[in-house]
Structures are given as C-alpha cells and as structure tokens.
Design a protein around this ligand. Structure first.
Ligand code: AP5
Length: 188
C-alpha cells in the first residue's frame, strides 16, 4: 500500500493559501484544489452551481455545504490525486472536516497534514484591498474575517487535537513563507 499525504492549507482570507498552495503543488507535482477557484470558475461559466454560489460569495458568506461537499468528493476521486493533493479553502467548517475525514477513511493509505498560515488582520486587509477581487471590498473582507473566526478558526483546535497541525508565520515575504512550508514538510 502506498502512502499518500494530503495537505490542507488553513488560514484566514488573504493569508496566502492560494499563492503558496500553487507553488507547493508545482514543486511536488500534486494538484492544487481550491474550492474558491472552482466556485469562481462556475460563476464565470454561469453554471447552476455558479448561479447558486454567487450571492453568498459576493456577500462574503460561506456557500451552503451541499454545494461544496459533492464537488470536493468528485475532485478527490480523480486519478491525479493518488500521489497527494493540496486542499485550499476546504474544509472551512467542522462539518466539512468531518465529511473529509469520512471520505479519507475510504482511502486508508492517505493521511492529512494541516498547514495553518498566521497573518494579522491589518496585513490581510492591506493585501486584499491591493488585489481588488470582487469580494475584496473593505466591508466584504471584514465579513469574511468574521466568518473565518466563527466558522473556520475552530478547525485549528480540531486538527491540533489529532497532532496534524503546523503553524506557519505567513506575515513575511512569499519566498520566506514557501521556505517555512517546505521545512515543515520535511519534518512531517
Ligand atoms: P476563497 O477563494 O477560498 O477565498 P479566501 O479564503 O477568502 O482566500 P483568498 O483567496 O482571499 O486568500 P488566500 O489565503 O488564498 O490568499 P492569496 O494567496 O489569494 O473563497 C472565496 C469564497 O468562496 C468564500 O468567501 C466562500 O463564499 C466561498 N467558498 C470557498 N470555499 C468554500 C467552502 N469550503 N465552503 C463554503 N464556501 C466556500 O493572497 C491574497 C493576496 O495577498 C494576493 O494578492 C497575493 O498576491 C497577496 N499575498 C500572498 N502572500 C503574500 C505575502 N506573503 N506577502 C504579501 N502579499 C501576499
């Protein structure tokens, strides 16, 4: 039986999950699975999923669980995930983490490691206002930060309790964050 490591990138909006997940995915030749990107693509293509997700995303709220669980299950069943994968933006709630646990029970050779990027709110707001995505207005960023604290931050305890959590200081240059991530991965 081969051992597969799945990486979960956790952290508040704007902490650099997407930037770093993309780099690490290229370095290790594993797919970068971003639920936010999948949903934005669905919106761009005006699919039924996109049309349902759009109002939630524009407001900075999480889209309903039933819209994301199926797409993650489907994506993790693709053959390119056999050597590993990076999830960016999922899980985002405790029920999503429980769903992922059940999914991974079906592939006992896969274990997960969680990399949590820590960045203070002021740095996040500055970064996201500079980027200017549709959901990067100051009011929506603040809403996303509230949603993160209420619904996603509890995952830090969830994964800490099982010993698979690594904290990374994300408030430094992207290259320094990448180095820290690579170092953490050496010590898995
Ligand atoms: P999602 O796309 O996941 O957005 P997010 O979590 O808000 O994250 P961001 O993309 O804003 O930030 P990031 O941490 O990836 O940082 P990035 O590398 O981009 O989700 C969007 C929406 O989709 C949600 O609000 C929700 O509605 C919905 N959704 C998605 N998944 C869901 C789920 N599982 N359940 C329910 N709903 C879901 O960097 C941000 C900026 O900072 C960039 O401009 C970048 O260049 C810059 N930057 C990166 N690193 C650094 C650095 N070290 N120093 C300076 N600048 C940096």
């Amino acid at each position: 039986m081969t051992n597969t490591t799945g990486l979960i990138f956790l952290g508040p909006p704007g902490s650099g999950k997407g930037t770093q997940a993309s780099l690490i995915a290229q370095l290790y030749h594993i797919p970068h699975i971003s639920t936010g990107e999948i949903l934005r693509e669905a919106i761009a293509n005006q699919t039924p999923l996109g049309k349902q997700a759009q109002p939630y995303m524009d407001a900075g709220n999480l889209v309903p669980e039933e819209l994301v669980l199926g797409l993650v299950k489907e994506r993790l069943s693709q053959p390119d995930t056999e050597k590993g994968w990076i999830l960016d933006g999922f899980p985002r709630t405790v029920p999503q983490a429980v769903f992922l646990d059940k999914l991974l029970e079906e592939t006992p050779s896969t274990s997960e490691r969680v990399l949590n990027l820590d960045v203070p709110d002021e740095a996040i707001i500055e970064r996201l206002l500079l980027r200017g995505r549709k959901d990067d207005t100051e009011a929506t960023i603040r809403r996303r930060l509230d949603v993160y604290r209420e619904q996603t931050a509890p995952l830090i305890d969830y994964y800490r309790d099982r010993g698979s959590l690594h904290h990374i200081n994300g408030n430094r240059s992207p290259a320094e964050v990448t180095e820290a991530l690579k170092q953490a991965m050496v010590n898995f």
